[in-house]
Design a protein around this ligand. Sequence first.
Ligand SMILES: NC(=O)c1ccc[n+]([C@@H]2O[C@H](COP(=O)([O-])OP(=O)(O)OC[C@H]3O[C@@H](n4cnc5c(N)ncnc54)[C@H](O)[C@@H]3O)[C@@H](O)[C@H]2O)c1
Length: 259
Amino acid sequence: MPKLGPGRLEGKTALVTGGAKGIGRHYSQALAAEGARVMIADIADGKALTAEIAGRHGADSVASHKFDVSDEKAVKHLVAQTIECFGQIDVLVNNAALYSTLTPREFTAWDTELWDRVMAINVRGPYLMVRHVAPHMMERRSGKIINIASGAAYKGVPRMLPYVTSKGAMLAFTRALSRELGAYGIAVNSLSPGYVLSDTGLENSAHVEDERIPVRNSRAFKRDAYPEDLLGTLVYLASSDSDFVTGQSIVVDGGSVNN
Ligand SMILES: NC(=O)c1ccc[n+]([C@@H]2O[C@H](COP(=O)([O-])OP(=O)(O)OC[C@H]3O[C@@H](n4cnc5c(N)ncnc54)[C@H](O)[C@@H]3O)[C@@H](O)[C@H]2O)c1
């Protein structure tokens, strides 16, 4: 039976990659606020956020781990640490990606090394996470995997070709994986944000210049988007409210992608 009301994730453990900064920081906070114990996994230091969440929800509610999502050994270590710390993983949020630090450019200007790096973090990374987290979920015959894709993959946003390609891969990854994990009661869905004014995104003026005004004008709701706009959908996908939903992608962008 769906658990309604606040505390919908009480007794659950969530692992959020890229959970220390940008939009991921808000995901970590929102999941903890719903009662989940949260492992913040990021290449960036999550200690300050861990202290903040521990102060609000108790020391047992959160831990952080520094790792590189494209490195299989590091992923294995992270998963082992999470199980050791919390005993289980109920929710995996595949959020870490190369995005805000990428400078938009024409398709010929991406060198192959950077192309490969984007694919390693944005596509191989989520695969490695699933490869090492899903067996724990399969044993318990339950789990929620949330892949963060992007409205950019639906719209074919120009000047970000490897990024947009990697996010298109997340949509296909979600569909195919949901078929393999359905037998184990594990839901696999993706959340596709539109252009969001996150603190890290605002640091890259090229994104702000290319996207802020055109995207706002393309929306049914003509306003900027903030990380807070994504949290209801994230918690929905993480909680039992969405128990019969799998293989889907929910676009949260104020009605810019409209198909
Ligand atoms: N900001 C937007 O407008 C927007 C729109 C659509 C989708 N998204 C997606 O949402 C997610 C978060 O976006 P954001 O704006 O916070 O981007 P961001 O670039 O600021 O954040 C990405 C997070 O991943 C972490 N990270 C980067 N490389 C890593 C690695 N190798 N190993 C582990 N962690 C790593 C970063 O430290 C950061 O915490 C990304 O998947 C992004 O593609 C963002």
